[in-house]
Design a protein around this ligand. Structure first.
Ligand code: NAD
Length: 287
């Protein structure tokens, strides 16, 4: 079998085009431009690259750009003060605090200063609670993008066996919640899982989000499964993921490439969350 490739670049383009249309409609209806505020603390090179990409994509969708780059030795109180200002700024529809933060800053305390309606990364305790309860809210971008990719490929989730490798707050755990809400029978595997291949081979839908290059090989995959590779690793040969793409393509039914898979969908979902946040603010102030 040769797996069908789920093209994240194309899906992201379609999603971004829809967001651009919504931004244009919002501007004509309300006479102002919705905006995304990005906050980068310190000089983590990968964080800098991601923020630049997100800002560029946001500008292309017509969103206003409010960017703040703070030095790595900034105090927690200073970051908190900036987040509070952005929270009160009506021009800012969404706030993204780029992670990881430098050592010494309390990520949870800072993320939780973002109001739930502007939390376009879906990482506040409040939004994660809404997700756990299955209530409406802004969903974390990478897991939400993964679900969009599975849906676009026509992969059935209701009743499917899904295995998520990784239990992080950012990716693995919310991905498992979203799959559960869609009716999948979900297993979360992680660094302490015994016999990883034995667990992953049960999966009709396998999400690899361990951050270990090439962790998932053909022996980890049930024939015909949908394999979504969230991992991103910079190597001398270029970007690779957690899945051995060429070998697993011979076994899986669907597969996402790296690059050109989950990464572009994550950014597209951030933009979709930002326009949704802007629309929701208007809806909640006019009701
Ligand atoms: P993380 O380090 O916070 O979490 C990794 C998880 O994988 C942990 O829960 C750990 O228990 C598990 N794990 C580690 N080694 C394992 C092993 N050998 N077997 C089974 N489980 C193992 O990482 P994260 O933030 O969740 O990110 C995971 C990967 O996804 C990274 O490569 C990251 O760069 C990538 N990522 C990509 C995007 C994107 O847009 N494509 C977004 C976020 C993260």
């Amino acid at each position: 079998m040769t797996a069908r490739v789920i093209d994240g670049t194309q899906l992201a383009k379609e999603s971004r085009d829809r967001t651009t249309e919504r931004v244009t409609a919002f501007r004509s209806a309300h006479g102002r431009t919705p905006g995304l505020a990005t906050v980068l603390v310190g000089d983590d090179p990968a964080g800098g690259v991601y923020v630049r990409r997100k800002r560029k994509a946001a500008a292309e969708a017509g969103l206003a750009d409010f960017h703040h780059h703070l030095p790595g030795d900034v105090t927690e109180a200073h970051v908190a003060g900036l987040l509070d200002e952005l929270a009160d700024d009506s021009r800012v529809s969404g706030i993204l605090l780029q992670l990881p933060l430098p050592a010494g800053l309390d990520r949870h305390a800072l993320v939780d200063r973002i109001p739930v309606g502007k939390d376009v990364d879906g990482l506040t305790t409040a939004n994660q609670g809404l997700l756990a309860r299955g209530l409406p809210g802004l969903r974390p971008c990478t897991p939400a993008g993964v679900i969009t990719m599975l849906d676009s490929a026509g992969v059935s989730l209701d009743g499917a066996e899904a295995v998520v490798v990784g239990r992080s707050e950012l990716v693995g755990h919310p991905a498992a919640e979203l799959l559960l809400r869609r009716g999948a029978t979900v297993t979360i595997a992680h660094s302490r899982t015994r016999d990883l291949a034995g667990v992953t081979r049960r999966a009709d839908v396998l999400i690899a989000a361990a951050g270990v290059p090439g962790l998932i090989g053909p022996g980890h995959v049930k024939p015909g499964a949908a394999v979504i590779d969230v991992g991103i690793h910079r190597t001398e040969q270029g970007l690779t993921g957690d899945v051995a793409f060429a070998e697993v393509s011979q076994v899986a039914g669907w597969i996402t490439p790296v690059p050109g898979g989950v990464g572009p969908m994550t950014i597209a979902t951030l933009l979709a969350n930002t326009i949704a946040a802007a629309e929701d603010t208007v809806a909640s102030t006019t009701n």
